[in-house]
Design a protein around this ligand. Structure first.
Ligand code: ACO
Length: 323
């Protein structure tokens, strides 16, 4: 049986770190409100002129080094993003050329905060079906570019960054003890479009628009849908919550992260939490948290990881993988 196995991980965060107190200067908000309602303490913002592809290339370069590979070894690049440099070409093709790749393919995946889960599921399908042997999967975002700086209910929550994985094909027994992606579960429901969207685009306003969110109704959807997708993916891998070493969740809000872990019967000390440092980096949050979990010596080879995410669409999903 062919499995898509993690061979390397890397991340990049823009240099500028913005603490919650920065928002107090121009908004009716407080460090206290942001911390207690979201768990966020600071976030990184890209410099002027620094683009999503810049962040993606840096994260990808670290992931390739971590895997002991070069761009020549890669068959394709998948970038999960909702904040591309341009409407087209894809960020993935920009990364491809900047890594010096002249063969293989690249494309972007747009499923907002669930984008990295969608990209992993696509990458897994390409590898398991034999269409690619080695892929670079990147989550990269510059959500600071779509913030309404007058809307205190959204602009304090998001940050910029990128994370990347190298996935390679490996032959195994086909059991849940094998390393690699064991199961995926994807869902979306467009009836919820008004809960989280950007109010501009090519075929409507001709502008890039700003993020709009009904935080509280979304919050209530999140815990239920995240628990259900994670449990579906776990069951299809033939596993249960006792088998989980680490939940690596999308990092939107500590209360959503903790609520989902509790509902799944997993203690918070088996959850990788980075929301306090990064804010919500949309499609970048899961690979950033994976990179952080490895760097802190928490995630080790052979560990069972469950990742789950929900975002605009609504779109949500989960991946079960043995690291
Ligand atoms: N500072 C001070 N007060 C604020 C702020 C702020 N920055 N923002 C909102 N408030 C006020 C509101 O106006 C409201 O005041 P009111 O009661 O007088 O009307 C009060 O705080 C409570 O607001 P709620 O929205 O009910 O607060 P809640 O506890 O739901 O927390 C939050 C808000 C943090 C947005 C939460 O709902 C949340 O995290 N929702 C989910 C968001 C999410 O997961 N998004 C991402 C998924 S998709 C993606 O990642 C792109």
């Amino acid at each position: 049986t062919i499995r898509a196995v993690v061979e390397g991980v890397g991340h990049y965060l823009p240099e500028r770190i913005v603490p919650n107190t920065w928002f107090e200067e121009f908004l009716d908000t407080s460090d206290e409100w942001i911390r207690t309602r979201s768990g966020i303490e600071r976030r990184h913002f890209a410099a002027e002129g620094e683009t999503t592809s810049d962040l993606a290339v840096k994260a990808a370069t670290v992931a390739l080094e971590n895997a002991g590979l070069t761009a020549d070894d890669i068959d394709g690049v998948l970038v999960a993003t909702s904040t591309p440099d341009l409407t087209f070409p894809s960020v993935a093709t920009m990364v491809q050329s900047r890594l010096g790749m002249t063969r293989g393919f690249g494309f972007d995946v747009q499923a907002v905060c669930a984008g990295f889960i969608y990209a992993l599921a696509n990458a897994n399908a390409l590898i398991v079906s034999g269409q690619a042997k080695r892929l670079l999967i990147i989550g990269a975002e510059t959500f600071s570019r779509i913030m309404d700086w007058e809307d205190r209910s959204t602009c304090v929550l998001f940050g910029d960054g990128a994370g990347a994985l190298v996935l390679g094909a490996a032959e195994g027994e086909g059991t849940s003890d094998d390393r690699g992606i064991l199961a995926t579960d994807l869902n979306s429901d467009g009836r919820y479009r008004d809960m989280l969207y950007v109010d501009g685009g090519v075929s409507t306003t001709g502008t890039s628009g700003k993020l709009r969110m009904q935080g509280n109704p979304l919050f209530r959807q999140a815990v239920e849908k995240l628990t259900s997708t994670a449990e579906t993916a776990l069951a299809s891998a033939g596993l249960g919550h006792d088998d989980i070493n680490w939940i690596v969740p999308h990092q939107a809000n500590i209360r959503i992260i903790a609520g989902t872990a509790k509902k799944m019967g997993v203690p918070l000390d088996r959850v990788i939490v980075t929301v306090q440092e990064h804010g919500n980096t949309s499609a970048a949050s899961i690979p950033l948290a994976m990179a952080e979990g490895v760097a802190q010596g928490k995630i080790k080879r052979g560990d069972l990881i469950v990742s789950e995410a929900i975002g605009g669409g609504l779109a949500w999903g989960a991946v079960v993988l043995r690291w």
